[in-house]
Design a protein around this ligand. Sequence first.
Ligand code: ZN
Ligand code: ZN
Length: 66
Amino acid sequence: MTRCLGAIIKEGKKHICQHTLYHCINCGSVGCDQHSFSQCSNQGFLYCKCLVCGTNGQSKIFYSDD
Ligand SMILES: [Zn+2]
Ligand SMILES: [Zn+2]
């Protein structure tokens, strides 16, 4: 399973996100799903809603081939 390598800045410190990555079945955007806005530099979804196209509840776990 692919993990998100985006950065989360919390109290001035940088963490690697490591959340599960999802991809939008509508527009193909890839990112992690966060429960608040802009937590992760690689965030793609907010409560399963795609931040690019706004499709709701249509994200899927993203599996990498390599
Ligand atoms: Zn992330
Ligand atoms: Zn989308």
